[in-house]
Design a protein around this ligand. Structure first.
Ligand code: CAA
Ligand code: NAD
Length: 295
């Protein structure tokens, strides 16, 4: 079993990156979105990244053009019917993902492998809405997808060996390193990362330091490439809030609970970089920390 053609569902932060690396690996890749407008936004994100790669001398113009030629956008599920692998990267919501895979099961070839890029939901719980539990697994990419080297490959107790092998081969073809993990909420990375970023918000709420001081602390004191607030804005506060809710439901441990400030910011529509404002205001350069949030 070899993966040659790929479908990616959702062209937000993650889906656009996954589609890009899939096409860069030489796979004709079709992206499904809910509207032409959102599809165009995702395509622009890919084009922007590839253009900046060319400007930085990291990518040859011919490689950019070949990648773009392998990408196609659609708003119709039927265009994914012949894909060898369909990767879902829509909003972190169980019923939305289950509905999607139920619909995809009716349209896609029964040979297609289905994968979810979920951060925190149970792969098993998503998979049972599909017609092919044994051909279903998690492929958890990291943000920003084109630069992050890791993919968690999540098998369930019914995933076929050949499906996992084909997925591992696909991940390696994208130039990434796969790590295998089992279907436990948050897998390996988010099990450790999510309590850390939520604790940073609690530290801010408790007056331990300002946004920029806490960020500088973890960058300069621990060598992290980004401080936790820069990372929260990068991941998206809505996505982080959904992940925290799902992980708290699973573990019932306070360290996974969403801090009240995170909830208020999501309700207010300050979602991080994607909305222009989160813990920092991105309308200015350099971005301005929003320390009044805890006032
Ligand atoms: N095309 C090709 N290469 C590019 C590029 C482009 N458009 N843009 C940048 N690069 C290359 C750069 O040239 C550079 O390469 P070298 O190392 O060979 O010089 C490399 O990529 C890094 O680029 P920059 O120097 O511009 O960027 P940076 O050093 O500021 O790093 C970053 C950016 C990789 C995002 C870094 O800040 C980082 O690792 N941040 C942490 C990200 C993180 O933790 N992500 C995980 C989020 S959690 C998650 O994803 C899971 C979940 O479920 C929520
Ligand atoms: P996002 O909000 O940027 O994008 C989600 C996209 O899915 C939107 O463009 C939306 O229009 C689209 N969508 C929603 N329902 C759809 C449907 N039925 N059909 C087609 N498209 C649909 O979210 P994101 O940050 O890209 O996250 C996507 C998934 O990846 C989530 O499960 C998230 O937990 C996971 N993830 C996120 C990150 C991160 O850092 N943001 C990292 C790893 C994994």
């Amino acid at each position: 079993m070899k993966i040659r053609t790929v479908g990616v569902i959702g062209s937000g932060l993650m889906g656009s990156g996954i589609a890009q690396v899939s096409a860069q690996a030489g796979c004709p890749t079709t992206i499904l979105e809910v509207s032409k407008e959102l599809l165009d936004k995702g395509m622009q994100r890919i084009q922007g990244f590839l253009d900046s790669g060319v400007d930085k001398g990291k990518l040859r113009p011919e490689a950019r053009d070949r990648t773009l030629s392998l990408l196609k956008g659609t708003t119709e599920m039927k265009d994914l019917s012949e894909c060898d692998l369909v990767i879902e990267a829509i909003t972190e919501n169980l019923s939305a993902k289950r509905d999607l895979f139920s619909a995809a099961s009716k349209v896609c070839s029964e040979k297609s492998i289905f994968a979810s890029n979920t951060s925190s939901l149970s792969i098993t719980e998503i998979m049972t809405a599909s017609s092919r539990p044994e051909r279903f697994l998690g492929l958890h990419f990291f943000n920003p997808v084109p630069l992050m080297k890791l993919v968690e490959v999540v098998r369930t107790i019914v995933t076929q060996d050949e499906v996992e092998s084909a997925a591992l081969e696909f991940v390696r073809a994208t130039g990434k390193t796969p790590i295998r993990t089992s279907d436990r909420t948050g897998f390996i990375v988010n099990r450790l990362l999510v309590p850390y970023i939520l604790d940073a918000i609690r530290a801010l709420e408790n007056g331990v330091g300002s946004i920029e001081e806490i960020d500088a602390g973890m960058r300069l004191g621990c060598g992290y490439p980004m401080g936790p607030f820069t990372l929260l804005d990068f991941v998206g506060l809505d996505t982080t809030y959904y992940i925290a809710g799902i992980m708290f439901d699973e573990f019932k441990e306070a360290r996974f609970a969403a801090p009240p400030l995170l909830k208020r910011m999501v309700l207010a529509g300050t979602l991080g970089r994607k909305s222009g404002k989160g813990f920092y205001d991105y309308s200015q350069d350099p971005p301005v920390p929003q320390n009044h949030l805890t006032a």
